[in-house]
Ligand binder design. Structure first.
Ligand SMILES: Nc1ncnc2c1ncn2[C@@H]1O[C@H](COP(=O)(O)OP(=O)(O)OP(=O)(O)O)[C@@H](O)[C@H]1O
Length: 256
């Protein structure tokens, strides 16, 4: 057992981190918006280096699962441990500082701030002290961003903004990336480019949770898949298991 003392802004967070323990261990999550009960006992585990996809039709609770894990919508019942840290009573920024790069729906690119500034502002050693993702490596991974380095981020195309959002998350030297609908609304060629980048990121050893609608890419890149229906996990297994029973995707996503 490794006991790590982590800096979290002005507050020190003591985290008992077991290197063998999962990066994320969420059990029995029940999440509400007001009186509306959206998650009904979701369990989710993510191990180091693993790529996990969240599948499900619109409105089934994928984004809410991510927001529950990150503390934006804290679950009313259940427990989330991130790299050993019990996240109850933690603020989202404290949770993210455990080593999470979050790429939200909508990208979060600011007007009046250049590509370089977006990247430089985010730069930080990882929670484990790693600094292997720096601006040079991000620009090598995203040649389109290199070409647009001085441009206002908000004036980039949708695909370039998405790349900037992912590049910015990598500048945090995260142990895991969370990507919510990273290829939504993009042209097919740009989507392919982003999937290729996600494969590169996976090969670098960073774990990820990906919410996306492209099943073929998810089956190829993902190690494991959680299928969420009305706030409950109805399938948790690998690509082989999902391919072996097309009725699962057919029933719950209308594809198969
Ligand atoms: N801020 C909110 N207030 C009230 N209800 C919400 C809120 N956000 C989401 N919901 C509801 O919670 C349920 C789950 O939504 P969620 O966004 O998690 O689904 P999703 O699986 O990510 O689907 P999508 O792909 O449409 O985002 C839906 O019924 C949605 O209408």
């Amino acid at each position: 057992m490794n006991v790590a003392i982590k800096e979290a802004g002005t507050q020190r967070v003591d985290a008992a981190e077991d290197v063998e323990s999962p990066l994320i261990e969420a059990t029995g999550l029940h999440t509400f918006y007001g009186e509306s009960h959206v998650l009904h006992g979701v369990d989710l585990t993510l191990r180091a280096g693993e790529t996990l996809s969240l599948l499900g039709r619109n409105g089934m609770g994928k984004t809410t699962t991510l927001k529950s894990i990150l503390g934006f919508v804290p679950p009313r019942h259940g427990e989330v441990r991130i790299m050993g840290l019990d996240t109850r009573k933690r603020r989202p920024w404290q949770i993210i500082r455990q080593g999470i790069g979050y790429v939200p729906e909508g990208r979060g690119i600011f007007p009046g701030i250049s590509v370089r500034e977006h990247l430089v502002m985010a730069a930080r050693p990882g929670a484990d002290g790693r600094t292997d993702w720096d601006i040079e490596r991000v620009l090598d991974t995203f040649p389109r961003l290199k070409e647009r380095i001085g441009h206002d981020g908000s004036l980039l195309s949708g695909g370039e903004q998405q790349m900037l959002s992912i590049g910015r998350a990598l500048m945090l030297n995260p142990r895991l990336l969370i990507l919510d609908e990273a290829t939504e609304g993009l042209a097919p060629l740009i989507r392919d480019e982003i999937w290729s980048i996600l494969r590169t990121i996976k090969a670098s050893g960073i774990a990820s949770i990906i919410v996306d609608k492209n099943i073929d890419n998810l089956l190829e890149v993902g190690d494991r898949h959680l299928l969420i229906v009305k706030g409950k996990v109805v399938f948790d297994g690998d690509s082989q298991a999902l391919r072996a029973d097309p009725s699962i995707l057919d029933t719950h996503l209308g594809v198969g």
